[in-house]
Structures are given as C-alpha cells and as structure tokens.
Design a protein around this ligand. Sequence first.
Ligand SMILES: *[C@@H]1O[C@H](CO)[C@@H](O)[C@H](O)[C@H]1NC(C)=O
Ligand SMILES: *[C@@H]1O[C@H](CO)[C@@H](O)[C@H](O)[C@H]1NC(C)=O
Ligand SMILES: [Zn+2]
Length: 196
Amino acid sequence: MLNMVPGEPHSKAVQRMKILLVISGILLVVQGCPPIIKHSEWTTRASSCTQSLSTSLKYAVIHHTDGNPCFNISACKRQLQNIQHYHMDKRGWCDIGYNFLIGEDGNIYEGRGWTKMGAHTRGYNDVSLGISIMGNFTSVVPNSKALNAAQSLIQCSASRGYLSSVYILKGHRQLRPTNCPGNALYQVIQTWPRWG
Ligand SMILES: *[C@@H]1O[C@H](CO)[C@@H](O)[C@H](O)[C@H]1NC(C)=O
Ligand SMILES: *[C@@H]1O[C@H](CO)[C@@H](O)[C@H](O)[C@H]1NC(C)=O
Ligand SMILES: [Zn+2]
C-alpha cells in the first residue's frame, strides 16, 4: 500500500501517503455524498411522476411522517411501501410524496429524488426539496443516525447544486399550518446550518 519508489526512503513514502490521504479527505468533504437507497431497491411500484424539479432550490423542508419509526432496513422498507401505497392509492399521487426519506436505521431512501417535484408542502413543492424522517417526533427526537443522515443529505444536495448555495432550511410548519415535523424535531433543526 505504501507504493514505494525504489531507493526512496521509507519516511518519504509515508509522507507521500499522508498527503494523498489529506487530498482524498478534502475531496470527500467537497463532493461527499452519503449512500442513497434507490427507489427501485425498496419498491416494485414505479413512479409515474412527470413534473420535473429545477436545481438551485431555495428551500430544504424537513418533515416527519407522523407514523411508525423504523430501526432496521427491512422495517424501513415496509414502512416506505406503506406510505407509498397510501400516497398513491388514497391521495391519488404519482408516487410517495417526499423527495427523500430517512430511517432511524441511518439510511437515506430515494423518494421522488432530486429531479422530480415532490408533494409535501403545498405552494412550495417547486422550490424545495422535501426530506422526511420516518416516525413521530412530537415528543422524542430522531436518533443521531437519522439526524446525521439528514444533515449529510442536505450538505450533499447543496454541494451538487440541487439546493442553492444560499438555501434556507425550514420545518414544514414554517410554511403551512401543521405540527410537522413535530415539536421535538423542530427544536433540533433550529440548531442546524442555514435554518431560518
Ligand atoms: C426490524 O424491526 C422490526 C420492527 O421493530 C422487528 O420486528 C424485526 O425483528 C427487526 N428485524 C431485524 C432483522 O432486526
Ligand atoms: C404523535 O405523538 C403525539 C405525542 O407523542 C401524539 O399526541 C400524536 O397523536 C401522535 N401522532 C399520531 C399520528 O399518532
Ligand atoms: Zn410535513
């Protein structure tokens, strides 16, 4: 792994490796995007959404699903399927409403993604990315895995230009009359960068 150049002193090789590590660390910070579980990996029901979402969006809007939490991938996938069925069959939508969902298993799940307009915050769907943490966070906060995943998704979305570099972080309740994303989660997001 040290990739020694013949005749090069060991300390020099170590130093070269350190420099490489620093450079790859910087690259990770700049374009660092967390792994995202694709739509096709949690559901067999395809999206029929056609309205595209523009880039450089003004808002990241945080939601909770106000339903059951999930702490492992199989429970989270089941939960996502339930929400998708509800949104498609009961609400008549083209897919699950949110752009992304996050479980307390620490995973990020693609909903409508970055390129299709969501159905999560009436009047703002075309200017925002809707990110929903699965669970009811009225009186409990999401675990740190879920909170870290949400923050890393927001950062990644800004670094890739899906969110404007001067995006504003909002809780759903700041834009519509609702309790979403729950009192406890709403307290937390007010400490995050660019909330306002
Ligand atoms: C996942 O979570 C569900 C619901 O809490 C539980 O019933 C199930 O046993 C868990 N599965 C695994 C593999 O831990
Ligand atoms: C969410 O939790 C709060 C209190 O913890 C409860 O009053 C409310 O009914 C719950 N929401 C749902 C949809 O069950
Ligand atoms: Zn909401």
